[in-house]
Ligand binder design. Sequence first.
Ligand SMILES: [Zn+2]
Ligand SMILES: [Zn+2]
Length: 333
Amino acid sequence: MKCIRIPEPNRVEIVELPKPAPREGEVLIRVHASGICGTDLHILRGEYMGGYPVIPGHEFSGVIEQVGSAVTRFKPGERVAVEPNIPCNNCPECLHNRQNFCRNWQAVGVTLPGGMAEYAAVPEAQVFLTGSLPFEQAAFVEPLSCVLHGLEKLALRPGESVAILGAGPIGIQLLRAARLMGATSISVAERNPARLELARRAGAEAVFSSLDDLQPDGYDAVIDATGAPAVMRRCIDFARPGGRVLWFGVPPAGKELSFEPFKVFRKGLAIYGSFTSLRNSYQAVSLLQSGRLPVEDIISHRLPLEGFLRGCELIEQGAEDVRKVMIFPNGLG
Ligand SMILES: [Zn+2]
Ligand SMILES: [Zn+2]
């Protein structure tokens, strides 16, 4: 099979490898759509956990090609999406229902071969039926699961006002999910005019091209969807007294951030982090199937497997019209 392999940071190769044979508890998936995520860029640039070489791609969907002898839930021909984070279910974190912090954590496309390949073998427990959902939408099950987990931690209540800083693919999903959870006033700040326009179409009540236009002390909940420390620190200014902050975007490891802790004290703020997801995949599939959380307009580029590096570069260059880049390992047809 053809696949993308990152042998070491900053190098991408297209290689021919034997098609994986599913082990007894695994299913073999013919991968149809595989989204490029910020995490893939971190892996490409050597800024993330996991070793090399690696086949990247952890946001993908496809069709079951073959099942291992112990698989009970699936049969060949079924359409599925993958939850890439694999917990051991037998460490102190897993046994406390914090499987996302599993001490023996493995992840498809990070520590294990991923979906930037014609085929991927994945444990059955990581796989979810997607029915007639188009493959490129089903590839959003993982990022949407993370979004839902973050909003669960934030414990949004109906009628609350929310500010979202950043309107990339994740910011748009946060916006739509927060609306479904009952937020009645959502403001989005984003420099990129095309992204801001998408945020407006996705239902933001107010959109601003500069952080300085957001209301100080103005929002029940403030969400960073950039991972940029300079933006994250501003969240504290925009949260109202008694408010909450969710730092959702992935910041660069090793970078520090300074802010005035007196503000957190004086406003009694709660600041949440959010790491991956926790059993949110069924919710994500259901929301996507319902059509109430559309993702089609988040996709800006559709490329064959050979386009992986170009897709990464497009995202890094940050051109105005780049949003989610979707790779089709078995062709665009
Ligand atoms: Zn991702
Ligand atoms: Zn564990």
